[in-house]
Write a protein that binds this ligand. Sequence first.
Ligand code: GAR
Length: 191
Amino acid sequence: MSVKKIVVLFSGEGTNLENIIKKLHKKVINDCHIQLSGAVCNKENAKGIDICKNYNIPIKIIKHKEYISREEFDKKVVECILSFDPDLTVLAGFMRILTPVFTRHIKAINLHPSLLPLFKGANAIEKSFYSDMKVGGVSVHFVSNELDGGETIAQKCFQKDDNMSLEEFKKKIKELEFEILPQAIVKVLND
Ligand code: GAR
């Protein structure tokens, strides 16, 4: 049996992080023992930090505001990720634009709350909800130099009913994220 280590990067609530812990951490899937060896967060007050503490996941906090440039911040993040020696890095709500300092060194996938290439960047849920689109959706893709632009790994969508509220829309997005991200991680680890 092989052991595959993952690292999760997040900035906020960490609900996807917790879902990954529950579904994948210390689990054997397809003859592969998956371990979440650490997490990295750029916000000292992020709720996800408590989740790491509750599940005994090593967590490093790297505050982006303390770095003079994106490159300097990325250098520190890369150093930290490599110290966990992961097979794969997972961005689950990590709200930073990454530079080649990161993308050159780290094999990473990112979760995004829209059907890419539509609604890249921040506030994707609101942009998608208020658009003319009749469906909403979520994507997981490889991280590249282009913001939300790397090769797509998985996508799922749902019907956006005319009378759907933003809250209902967000709930549906989360439901699909909880399905798609663990599946995509397993797929990439097995490939
Ligand atoms: C998720 O909806 C994720 O798709 C989004 O941040 C949220 C994190 O939630 N990511 C992006 O918008 C990346 N551009 P969580 O902290 O509760 O997992």
